[in-house]
Design a binder for this molecule. Structure first.
Ligand code: DQQ
Length: 545
């Protein structure tokens, strides 16, 4: 049931307060996992975009540090947009990011360009201070590309010729594309004539991600790995996060998707719920590739402002190639998540009848990690339905958990109030489709809240079932939202300077204290300071562990 006095979410990452969007530059450095994110320090709506920064030893318990990048240079004055981290020579990190600027002094004409930032002190495992490269911007929009559609550099990788490569998301008319750049020294970049990949009709590709996966085991690979036994994954974001698996030939930088019908934008998604702008990194500590993705907020803007925060990053997942298909990926929550387990409740041999509800007693805590196995009746009785990736979500919302089917719906009602007026149904229906047996997997949020003005989309996908399968197993992470975040937020501002946060603002107003490093052209509008000093900032953010 819904607890009244809840903690902040623990499975998912959240900043101390305010608006967050894309994950940026995850990496492992000197024993710490670093995580950056698109963050508005001043409001629970998008705007004033900085790179928030946190570190962790286990990817679950985070220490919030001072912001890594703030918009204070002519080329990023309107925001430090998404980017990545690359461990270059001797494992030294470099951040690549997009500067959003009004370089032509016109508020209405904004441009995007790529920039670099390096740690001020490589000896600091926390990498608390970042310095922008004097040569910035390192890449401006090439001829033929609209500078409003030119952003989100990937982690760079090294080819056989020793040159670095990276991708920048873009489009030409409605053709989405991943532009390829090469560099001998990480500072001077030249665009390859052909993009690494492009697909007609998809529109702007945001936040590309490109990485190798092993064809034979679940281990992750360093981003520069290539050759025998290696396939590559290209992920791009437009509306959802789509990916395609292919062969990458480093000598001529060609990427050949395994199956053209599973090409980016037509086929596979990382996730069939809210999941966007994701970014992976290679964790050399445990030899795995880990994926972070942004879960945007279901609450409306007014609710975000009143609660003081918006959105989370979905719990980190390990990703690897599914050996059975060779062209799709498997994901699983990282094992560290289990270190949050406190107590365990087990229920055995429950018979599920049509319409029956069994209450699982004795559950304490705001977050649950549920594992269940459902034994199936004779699956030949399953109803005949045409389920495809495109219509699964629609079928979930049409069928609903409360209808009567032949095998299903069965599943869980989670986050239920005592009177069950509010609940979220996670349910399954076994169906017989023209491509074989399938389980329709649904997350029905239509009754998740009595409140109005929020997104209550029902999400769904399907999973294949072999004719001989007699049971299905599921794992569900149930995560209660964090009302307490608001109190944390107030504390933060009291500590800083006793003033409440400025009213929500969009990108037009910039509130940055430190313009000392600013280069020309100067800002054309007033800068208001709301943060008293860096020292105060540090005091709040940094706790030695
Ligand atoms: N969010 C960033 C952009 C990116 C978009 C700006 C994707 O860099 O394209 O906050 O959510």
């Amino acid at each position: 049931s819904k607890p009244h006095n809840v903690q902040r979410v623990a499975f998912h990452f959240q900043p101390i307060k305010n608006w967050m969007n894309d994950p940026n530059g995850p990496m492992l450095y000197k024993g710490y996992y670093h995580f950056f994110y698109q963050w508005n320090p001043y409001a629970a709506v998008w705007g004033n975009i900085t790179w928030g920064h946190a570190v962790s030893k286990d990817l679950i318990r985070w220490h919030h540090l001072e912001v890594a990048l703030i918009p204070n240079q002519w080329y990023d004055l309107y925001g430090c947009w998404s980017g990545s981290a690359t461990l270059v020579e001797e494992g030294k990190p470099i951040i690549t990011y997009t500067g959003w600027s009004n370089a032509s002094h016109s508020e209405d004409h904004k441009v995007q360009m790529q920039a670099l930032a390096m740690p001020a002190d490589y000896g600091d495992p926390l990498l608390r201070k970042w310095v922008k490269a004097p040569g910035n911007p390192i890449i401006t929009a090439p001829q033929g590309i609209d500078s409003n559609f030119f952003r989100d550099p990937t982690t760079a990788w090294k080819g056989a010729d020793g040159k670095w490569r990276m991708l920048v998301g873009s489009k030409e008319n409605m053709t989405g594309m991943a532009l390829l750049y090469r560099s001998p020294d990480f500072l001077n970049w030249r665009k390859a004539i052909t993009p690494l990949h492009s697909v007609n009709g998809t529109g702007m590709w945001e936040c590309p991600d490109f990485y190798p996966v092993s064809i034979s085991d679940t281990y992750g690979l360093n981003t520069s790995a290539y050759g025998q036994g290696v396939m590559h994954v290209l992920k791009v974001s437009f509306v959802h996060d789509y990916y395609t698996v292919g062969t990458y030939i480093t000598s001529n930088d060609t990427f050949l998707p395994v199956q053209s019908n599973l090409d980016v934008g037509i086929g596979l998604r990382y996730d069939y719920g809210k999941y966007y702008a994701s970014k992976s990194f290679f964790d050399a500590n445990k030899n795995r590739r880990i994926l972070f993705g942004w879960v945007n907020e279901s609450d409306g803007e007014a609710a975000d402002i009143s609660k003081g925060w918006a959105s989370v990053q979905a719990f980190p997942r390990k990703v690897w190639l599914d050996k059975e298909t060779n062209c799709s990926l498997l994901h699983w929550p990282i094992e560290e998540l289990e270190s949050l387990h406190r107590s365990k409740v087990t229920l055995d041999s429950v018979s599920l009848w049509k319409g029956s509800v069994t209450v699982v007693e004795g559950i304490k805590g705001a977050q649950l990690d549920v594992e269940a196995t459902f034994d199936l009746p004779e699956i030949n009785d399953a109803e005949i339905m045409d389920v495809s990736a495109e219509n699964a979500q629609l079928m979930c919302s049409e069928k609903g958990a409360s209808r009567n089917g032949v095998i299903g719906p069965f599943g869980f009602l989670v986050l239920a109030t005592d009177d069950e007026m509010e609940h979220t149904a996670i349910f399954f229906v076994v169906v017989n489709s023209k491509d074989g047996w399938k389980v329709l997997v649904c997350s029905d949020q239509s009754r998740s809240s009595l409140a109005t003005n929020l997104d209550k989309t029902t999400y769904g996908s399907f999973s294949n079932l072999s004719g001989s399968q007699t049971s299905v197993s599921v794992r569900i992470l149930v995560i209660q939202e964090a009302n307490q975040a608001k109190n944390m937020a107030n504390y933060y501002f009291d500590k800083l300077n006793g003033t409440p946060p400025p009213s929500p603002n969009r990108a037009r107003t910039i509130y940055y204290p430190d313009q000392s490093e600013g280069t020309s052209p100067p800002p054309t509008h007033a800068i208001t300071s709301h943060v008293s000093s860096d020292r105060n900032y540090d005091e709040f953010y940094y706790q030695e562990h």
